[in-house]
Design a protein around this ligand. Sequence first.
Ligand code: C5P
Length: 402
Amino acid sequence: MELQGKRILLGITGGVAAYKAASLLRLMTGAGAQVQVVMTGPATRFVTPVTFQALSGRPVYVDQWDPRMPNNMAHIDLSREADAILVAPASANFLARVAQGLADDLLTTLVLARDCPLLVAPAMNRQMWENPATRRNVASLRQDGIEIFGPAAGVQACGEAGEGRMLEPGELLESLLAFFTPKLLAGRRVLMTAGPTFEAIDPVRGITNLSSGRMGYAIAQAAARAGSQVTLVSGPVSLPVPQGVERIPVLSALEMHAAVMERAARADVFIGVAAVADYRVAAVAHQKLKKELGGLPEIRLLANPDILADVAALPGAPFCVGFAAESENLEEYAQRKRQRKNVPLIVGNLIQDGFGGEDNRVILFDDQGSHPLPPASKAELARQLIEYLARLLEKRECTGST
Ligand code: C5P
């Protein structure tokens, strides 16, 4: 529950995208947030307050004169109760009013009275977004420290195509999570591998493994949320690219090796999460192998390069993090791997605890010994790993070690 304990005021203004605010609200409460909805009058023309009341389990406020507020200070009470105000969709008119400091309805009044961050997700026709007046307003909102999420480009409800679409609810949730994440890796470049590799036998067959890529993708997402620039060299998986992450898709270990070595010199951190095949097929058949040929086929294997060890051996190597997925003797094997591959930090896990699933149990091994993390979801473990990594980097820089 990544937004557990967070109180968020969700402001909804008049725009077609208001219907998407219902899904956004579901995602926010699903992530543990307590959400209080405030709508502008025009917003209620698109979706009624009843929908948001049912989804948030709280009364929805529209009017600054609402008699349900005991002291008639809705604008103060509602803004003081919030850790952040997110307005999605934010219309051109709303942005203009906030930029001017107007307080002519409940939402703009509580925005003016706030003592918490304001985040807005603009949604409007592309001409309205491009209008010099909106450009000016957005520039002054930015100058006032207001976070602008999006907008995206694409086909709009009016049938025109261009910039001005509200970000999708999932993207807004991710922007919100990133907003609340301390920027422990700000300014760092993180290079990673994730997923399995696929070693072709012929044009349709190959050798691969059951790595889902979930742990690697969760770490890429946590690193991006923590403010780093993340490049993820990924084997074949069916996972969406985490927001803010650059994905380089590859198939084989050799392709993964080449993609990593090309970028390693520019990275501050390298995290090898991929389940790289140890061997590849020596002679890949150009045509599909036919079983009628008789006899059992013989496949000769060659050893693949060790990507992690090769990165760690580079002069001025990035800070390297490796994984050790073992089925027994975790501590012994992990520490041995740490020494053999010459990497400062190894994340160890027993495959029976997490391979392919949502949850995992890991132990971190470094030169100070072993640090078990409590069993948790891969997203939570990824967050803790990034926190630990950031502390190690800082410590190294303070002591001047390499
Ligand atoms: O040697 P082993 O496969 O057990 O080591 C696992 C660690 O090394 C992981 O971090 C994995 O991503 C990395 N590795 C690699 N290239 C290989 C084999 C493993 O980068 N060829």
